[in-house]
Design a protein around this ligand. Structure first.
Ligand SMILES: [Zn+2]
Length: 179
């Protein structure tokens, strides 16, 4: 588990990563409010495509108003860019320069155009039969869970985001993306 950490600049939040300048130049570090599972007001940080920064800030402000709880929100650099470790820590995040798990396709997270919310409540049931994070269970009655009738899902969809909890061939309940 990683302690809550905050970063003072985008460069700091991208440390240790070798990525094309075209990618790093397109990103922004944003700070958004959220409510913790214990009901406390918190601030979290996301690295996101700069064209989505304003919209994503507004979306998380709305989730906060709706009192949708978020476990934690720390940029992936705090996990040494290890998505599995971040998911196991139930961390909400956006940018990570990585492939889609078990494929050689670059994920939309690598463009800063995808967000994963509360992975432990919203697991990824991959095509290879594995569940990420390991042992996670999707139970729509648990707060912080995304499901087809949740207002959080409606909120993102209204802004043109795709939710991968809707897929037929696999379910990635934690994942929203907008290209
Ligand atoms: Zn994702």
């Amino acid at each position: 588990m990683v302690a809550d950490q905050s970063f003072s600049s985008l460069a700091e939040a991208l440390q240790g990563l070798e990525i094309p300048v075209s990618i790093s130049d397109s990103l922004a570090l944003i700070e958004v409010p959220y409510v913790s599972f214990e009901g406390y007001e918190q601030k979290g940080q996301l690295v996101i495509h700069q064209n989505l920064a304003e919209e994503v800030t507004a979306l998380f402000q709305e989730l906060y108003k709706q009192w949708f709880p978020i476990y934690k929100m720390v940029p992936l650099v705090a996990y040494g860019w290890d998505d599995v470790a971040s998911m196991a820590d139930n961390n909400t995040s956006a940018f990570n320069y990585r492939h889609i798990i078990a494929t050689d396709l670059l994920s939309n997270h690598a463009l800063g155009r995808a967000i994963d919310i509360n992975p432990l409540q919203n697991p990824y049931y991959a095509r290879n039969g594995k569940v990420y994070p390991a042992g996670a269970v999707h139970d729509p009655t648990v707060p912080g869970t995304l499901h087809k009738d949740s207002s959080a899902v409606t909120l993102f969809k209204e802004k043109g985001w795709t939710w991968l909890g809707d897929r037929d061939t696999y379910k990635d309940y934690q994942h929203f993306e907008k290209l």
